[in-house]
Design a protein around this ligand. Structure first.
Ligand SMILES: [Zn+2]
Length: 247
């Protein structure tokens, strides 16, 4: 039997063990003879489920330490979630906006993971107008995915485990006509990593250029949520204030 660290025994079991020991000691003193304690009683007292590991306070927690994907001092917030009108400022843009755009002139600006997660896909530009170089990350503890699109470059591959604040790529203009990070917060597993409710080739609908399609709107609301509201509701950290994570 390996030595047992008393402090690793749950309090309830500690009390039981102390009681067993005290009774044995009291009996020994009272009757001045050796008392054997039931092995079963001791085993029952000390063999327990392991305690949950102590949480290291420096470890990012899903609820308490989320990051904006880019340094907010280097970007301005562009078209927002469902902001279809603003999207028309882009040559190709019509329909509902699935995410949030961070506009910048700084090609190569670092993009970081919002939270701990696993990279679902990291794919190159597939078409002139699409998501370009993009990275899709699953954040199991939060029950959401984040997708960073139009990247200049990608620093992770499918299957990689990432931590909150870790660099995953750089801002660019792949698959679009101006430099920005298009960033989605996704609440339901996508039909495919490049799913775009506005693009029939990815499972979306073909929206007339002059109008908005209710089916498309339903698809956006089914799979996506407002990234700005999501981060603000969780007091997400600006990576610029996190020198270690965003050196
Ligand atoms: Zn966008």
């Amino acid at each position: 039997m390996s030595p047992i660290n008393f402090r690793e025994i749950p309090p309830e079991k500690q009390r039981k063990l102390l009681l067993v020991g005290s009774l044995a000691l009291a009996s020994a003193l009272l009757f001045r003879r050796q008392i054997s304690v039931s092995a079963e009683l001791v085993r029952e007292a000390v063999v327990t489920k392991p305690l949950p590991p102590k949480r290291d306070p420096s470890t990012p927690t899903p609820a308490g330490r989320l990051f904006w994907p880019v340094d907010l001092s280097r970007v301005r917030i562009g078209p927002k979630f469902m902001g279809h009108a603003a999207l028309k400022t882009y040559r190709h843009g019509y329909g509902y906006h699935t995410g949030l755009d961070f506009l910048t002139s700084a090609v190569g600006l670092k993009v970081v993971a919002m939270a701990d997660g696993v990279v679902v896909s990291s794919t190159p530009t597939a078409s002139r107008y699409g998501y370009g170089h993009n990275v899709l990350i699953h954040h199991p503890a939060l029950g959401v995915w984040t997708r960073s699109s139009h990247l200049y470059s990608r620093d992770v591959k499918a299957g990689d485990v990432v931590t909150a604040g870790q660099q995953i790529g750089r801002v660019g203009d792949s698959g679009t006509d101006n430099v920005h990070l298009h960033w989605d917060v996704i609440k339901l597993a996508l039909p495919n990593p490049r799913f775009n409710p506005h693009n029939p080739a990815t499972g979306g609908v073909r929206t007339p250029l002059s109008g908005l399609d209710p089916v498309e709107e339903a698809l956006v609301r089914k799979y996506f949520q407002d990234p700005l509201a999501f981060l603000n509701a969780r007091s997400a950290l600006n990576p610029v204030t996190q020198k270690v994570a965003h050196a």
